[in-house]
Design a protein around this ligand. Structure first.
Ligand code: HEM
Length: 297
């Protein structure tokens, strides 16, 4: 009688058992969750549309403005895109504020320690420390979850959206607003909207956001963490040593460590993030150059 093992080997085999392919993985630090990433995506898309459909109106006498308007299909079509992007803006702003209210309620009075986006005394020390470091007068300050420029970036967007949104809606619904306000308020609204738009564009494209996200030495030429949500632990530890040390101290590091599979999709996604950032950067530079040219022409 054949043994059990012989019986098995004698059976015809149709299934080929291949050795399991080794999947490369990397432990990463999760900085942004899905909500953060989607919010950023909405801000990114709507802000770009608002700038590119609004600025040609502000500089309507220039050749480049005419070119943009033709590209969008005329002033009326550009106005429609501007309004659609404005609705997206209202949506993300409201969602963000709802989350903020929930966080404030959960913080139970301990806002500064529990809500990392709020300014605190250390931010002022960091501003002074950074200037000292720029001039070789001290070490580079160590940062926690959010730096002072990231807090400024966030809070200026939150506050700026209120101003630009209110004035935008006044121009969008002039009849309704002039039932309660004198007509000259529409002119005031236009001046505020138009100049706040220029300021916001400057903050995002030139002075703060693009510069601090992509051009600082640690991230140059591209910081893709807002797309991927996570980054290599060593990189994060070097960038935000205080947050890392706090998590180690409190025993909460495991909550933010993830095992990321590195496959061809990772590299394909990288190409997409590079392309998006490159297009955004070039477009931002182009719009800035057009505006500077118009102002000094
Ligand atoms: C809730 C947000 C917003 C609303 C409701 C809104 C609405 C409007 C409306 C109704 C106009 C008048 C032009 C037209 O009829 O098409 C306008 C003009 C304009 N918007 Fe907005 N907008 C918003 C946000 C923004 C943002 C974020 C920017 C840029 C950062 C922007 C840039 C401009 C510019 C530059 C103009 C032209 C102003 C001028 O002629 O000097 N808008 N907007």
């Amino acid at each position: 009688m054949a043994s059990t093992s012989e019986t098995i080997t004698e059976q015809p085999t149709t299934e080929v058992v291949r050795p399991k392919k080794q999947v490369r993985t990397r432990i990463e630090y999760r900085r942004f969750n899905v909500f953060h990433r989607w919010m950023h995506f909405l801000v990114f898309c709507s802000f770009t549309v608002l700038v590119f459909t609004g600025m040609p109106l502000k500089y309507k006498d220039t050749a480049w403005a005419q070119w943009f308007m033709d590209l969008f299909g005329g002033v009326t079509a550009a106005g429609v895109y501007h309004r659609i992007a404005a609705i997206v803006t209202v949506f993300y702003w409201t969602a963000e504020m709802l989350v903020m209210v929930i966080m404030v309620l959960k913080a139970r009075g301990k806002l500064k320690s529990r809500i990392p986006l709020f300014f605190n005394g250390k931010d002022l020390q960091d501003v002074i420390g950074m200037f000292a470091w720029f001039f070789g007068r001290g070490p580079k300050p160590q940062f926690d979850r959010y730096t002072y420029w990231e807090k400024f970036d966030y809070l200026s967007l939150v506050a700026g959206t209120v101003i630009i949104g209110m004035t935008g809606f006044m121009m969008w619904f002039p009849l309704e607003f002039t039932k309660v306000l004198p007509g000259y308020w529409l002119n005031v609204a236009l001046v505020i909207h138009s100049n706040e738009a220029l300021l916001a564009m400057g903050v995002i494209f030139i002075f703060v956001h693009f510069f601090s996200a992509h051009l600082k030495p640690e991230s140059f030429p591209l910081d893709k963490v807002i797309f991927t949500g996570s980054l290599p632990v060593d990189h994060y530890k070097a960038e935000r040593p205080l947050e890392y040390a706090r998590r180690v101290r409190e025993g909460t590091l495991d909550e933010v460590l993830i095992e990321r599979r590195i496959t061809w999709k990772t590299y394909a996604a990288d190409v997409v993030w590079w392309t998006i950032t490159l297009i955004a950067g070039v477009s931002a530079l182009m719009m800035t150059a057009f505006i500077i040219w118009s102002v000094f022409d």
